[in-house]
Design a binder for this molecule. Sequence first.
Ligand code: GLN
Length: 716
Amino acid sequence: MLKGVPTLAGRNLRLLTTQAQVLVHQRAKASAAEPVEDFDQETDLLKRAKFGHTGKQLQQKIINEKNLRAPPLMNLVFANRKLSFYDTSSTPKTKEDNAKLSQRRHYSMRPHREQEQRNAEDVLFDMFASEETGLISMGKFLAGLKTTGIRRNDPRVRELMDNLKKVHKLNNYETGSSAETQHLNRETFKAVVAPNIVLIAKAFRQQFVIPDFTSFVKDIEDIYNRCKTNTLGKLADYIPQLARYNPDSWGLSICTIDGQRFSIGDVDVPFTLQSCSKPLTYAIALEKLGPKVVHSYVGQEPSGRNFNELVLDQNKKPHNPMINAGAILTCSLMNALVKPDMTSAEIFDYTMSWFKRLSGGEYIGFNNAVFLSEREAADRNYALGFYMRENKCFPKRTNLKEVMDFYFQCCSMETNCEAMSVIAASLANGGICPTTEEKVFRPEVIRDVLSIMHSCGTYDYSGQFAFKVGLPAKSGVSGGMMLVIPNVMGIFAWSPPLDHLGNTVRGLQFCEELVSMFNFHRYDNLKHLSNKKDPRKHRYETKGLSIVNLLFSAASGDVTALRRHRLSGMDITLADYDGRTALHLAASEGHLECVKFLLEQCHVPHNPKDRWGNLPVDEAENFGHCHVVEFLRSWAEKADQSSEECKPEAVTSKTQADEEICSTSDLETSPTTSPIPTPVESGSRAGSGRSSPVPSDAGSTASAGSSIDDKTKPGL
Ligand code: GLN
């Protein structure tokens, strides 16, 4: 997150709970007959008490604030019942309504949810409101929302933006500001955000698939800039429209499955879909006909040949729907089987409407000049059509001329990076468009589409792409590269210069750099494999879980689990908020084997202090574990004799729960956190015979011998 932008997940957890407690307490105290105003006043009183006002001063403050809050904005807002954000829960209800309401409360969880949401609105207000004026700056609020990846034009916050406009119009109290920078009081703010509060709360609670979107975006910008300097590649020149592109054009857009958006570079410049249309028409055919029918006409194998090669597989079918022959065949299925009764014009509209829905209504157009040029320069594509007709590849009733035109039309549909990233995100999201939440395709269809994209999406580079990037993608001759990270995000890169296989040079570099930084490759999730970043994880979640697991293993005396943690490269010196390490826990529970393992094999410091200044040996003593006390004392004595032994840094210095998690590279290079002695360290230890200051028991699972063995294990 940007500095200075608060989040519900961080700063306000405490605020949330204390305020909720105050509210609950107040509510319990308030009698049914008490007017709402009094309740508000009491809450305000409490709030003001927090800032140190007392007695008369406080009363005066409350009066002042009430004056500030009430007219004229509130009168206008609450007098106008036509406004959609008017809080209906406060309208007078009939007896019947009340009965229904209480029944609903009785049988459903909804009131809880409503209450939660109401609290979220309050917390949001407190996050951004000025203590001096008691008003919230909507400019600040919307800027905060943007850092989570949600844009102002996102359809899911349309009501919020409409409400802001309505309030601004009604409010002639504040003149200098726009609808988006106006200042609102608590009640108006709550009414304004209420229709979209679920999404907004999710955003500020960092519950999106990329919780720390700002950091992620910084990394993406770095990769983008590196690719920008790459000037290799040549423009496609088989039609003049492609040859005229500016080779410096470079745009990149990202849309996550939660609709978090980021764009950089030439993201609004229009270009034609070309081969990036192929997975989309294939998806429509699958949705309408099912995979059995579709694949009775077209295969699923990579062709191993050029995308427009005059070749069929051994069954006399086109190899797959991602090459020209396969895509022409898919177009014939649309004409002859999906919509046999439609005219060519209707099929064009029909197809375009699918693309539009996938893009959440963003830009999908048509470039007639490209269409005409494509049709002119289409000898090979016509040859493919005739060759397939000769081999009886098409369904009956196929009109080849119409099919060819339809294929060229699909290639000539126009779009931009922004829209294409939403299309890619809809694929990543199992066929549901993240921004409109419309279910466009069935997930089974998307699974099939992604499978083919994975193996056949980047022409003759597909095998290498699957190996290096390990993600489904589709490139096009206009310089587009659609990349899908299933269940995470869609990315669209556009830059016209192509390599000798027809893939965008910058787009390809971006994909390869992306997976070398993040663990997005299909097989990056293999256990113990990756030290790459995982932007899907919450930074606190990662660290918190590690600490809990580690400390739990030590407290329960589970040496095997400790060994596993060490094998996985975990920082064994981690401590909890109180500065208690695995060694503290093992010592206080009297688990000698664990204590030995931690000292002898993990080389953790023997003397970390917790926040009360207690050492592990103090813990063992307090709980009467003499054998552990003896061992730790003797270890400490020997360690004291050796200047190299047990690094002096206090483990507690980096154990604040709210501290930033160390990056993987930090862990790798930090001498105090690495469980692995450096070669020099291990050499000197072995050489000086001081690998363990205390000889291990013969029966110990953690002997000095195994310590040396462990150091030679791969991955250690
Ligand atoms: N219009 C191009 C063709 O059919 C599309 C192919 C591509 O993008 N690779 O030749």
